[in-house]
Design a protein around this ligand. Structure first.
Ligand code: SAM
Ligand code: DTB
Ligand code: SF4
Length: 345
């Protein structure tokens, strides 16, 4: 097992993408097996705890107030209302609960409210993740003290493509928030979106930016653009599915220890495409009928897919390395007798 590198050049990342598909997948799968259980997938459930009305202009986002997308704005949910959803996610088999808020940057008062929610969710025995926009150092520390495990803040695109997608905050603002999050001792969940009309070199640029951060994010969500009517990116030419798989594979090779999440966009993917993504190194998904405001595959469908592929749901934290996993599966997912040691009843 070679140590993760942080000095990937753009040419090296482009060269990974340029390989024949089978060569790229073989390499990615070998890296995946060397560092992870290839049959285990971490499952998180997402909840939008504050929806819509966002002042930012992210061209992909249905929650930006300036686009007419039909999303109903909703103020911050109460602790009890979030807990109810967290309990349901836990009962369905999720090990992490991710809470999203459509803020540019929360006020201290809002961070204090979210901290209360985080403590309550954590007390259920779930891992916690939040994505609230830009954070100051003290805000990150407040969330860490409340029991937050992960903070999601994406780079979203290559630095040179970013200006075509977002004008209301800079790439450097994102890097600064990520620094505050790391400094507070939180784990980072950081990835981006593909299928926004970027070039292959720009997809490589996004991955290069992620893989050359001071620490590889522990979790790397690769989102395929969910096109929402009313957003400027609605109508963008769809990305070739094989190019999406290549992006997953390259992420796996560049950040071998990170959990790579097959994130938004699964509802529009075939089972076969998702299976290719798992083979290429994706080992985390969002589980549950909804992402933040858009759809996700049905729980029953995901359970059946896990069973057909002999996949188990990982419980608990990111595995260090190696081919073993432990813990209960998503109910009904582990019935194919693939030797994971779980009850096959
Ligand atoms: N407002 C906060 C922020 O921007 O950091 C947190 C929520 S925001 C919705 C979290 C992430 O969701 C974005 O960074 C983006 O990567 C992803 N996202 C939003 N809309 C999306 C879409 N239509 N398709 C795919 N990913 C999307
Ligand atoms: C991430 O990278 N993807 C998730 C999560 N982090 C917060 C969000 C996807 C949102 C897709 C559009 C929606 O449902 O509103
Ligand atoms: Fe607001 Fe986040 Fe959506 Fe951008 S991605 S418009 S910051 S909710």
């Amino acid at each position: 097992m070679t140590a993760p590198r942080h000095d990937w050049t753009r040419d090296e990342v482009c060269a990974l993408f340029e390989q024949p598909f089978n060569d790229l997948l073989a390499q990615a799968h070998a890296v995946h097996r060397a560092h992870h259980d290839a049959n285990a997938v971490q499952v998180s459930t997402l909840l939008s705890i504050k929806t819509g009305g966002c002042p930012e202009d992210c061209a992909y986002c249905p929650q930006a107030a300036r686009y007419d997308t039909g999303v109903q704005a909703h103020k911050l949910m109460s602790v009890e209302a979030v807990l109810e959803r967290a309990r349901a996610a836990q009962a369905a088999g999720a090990s992490r609960f991710c809470m999203g808020a459509a803020w540019r940057a929360p006020k201290d008062r809002e961070v204090a409210q979210v901290a209360e929610i985080v403590s309550a969710v954590k007390a259920l025995g779930l891992e916690t993740c939040a994505t609230l926009g830009m954070l100051s150092g003290t805000q990150a520390e407040t969330l860490k003290s409340a029991g937050l495990d992960y903070y999601n803040h994406n780079l979203d695109s290559a630095p040179e493509f970013y200006g075509e997608i977002i004008h209301t905050r800079r790439y450097q603002d994102r890097l600064d928030t990520l620094e505050h999050v790391r400094d507070a001792g939180l784990k980072t969940c950081c990835g981006g979106i593909v299928g926004m009309g970027e070039t292959r070199a720009q997809r490589a640029g996004l991955l290069q930016a992620l893989a050359t951060l001071p620490e590889h994010p522990q979790s790397v969500p690769i989102n395929r653009l969910v096109q929402v009517a009313g957003t400027p990116l609605a109508g963008t030419v769809e990305l070739d599915p094989f190019e999406f798989v290549r992006t997953i594979a390259a992420a796996r090779i560049l950040m071998p220890v990170s959990m790579v999440r097959l994130s938004a966009g699964r509802a529009g993917m075939s089972d076969e495409l998702q299976a290719l993504c798992f083979f290429a190194g994706a080992n985390s998904i969002f589980y549950g009928e909804k992402l933040l405001t858009t759809g996700n595959p049905d729980v029953e469908h995901d359970r059946a897919l896990f069973a057909r592929l002999g996949l188990c749901a990982l419980e608990g934290d990111t595995p260090a390395a190696g081919p073993s996993h432990a813990g209960p599966d998503v109910a009904g997912a582990c019935r194919t007798g693939h030797g994971c040691g779980h009850d096959a009843a």
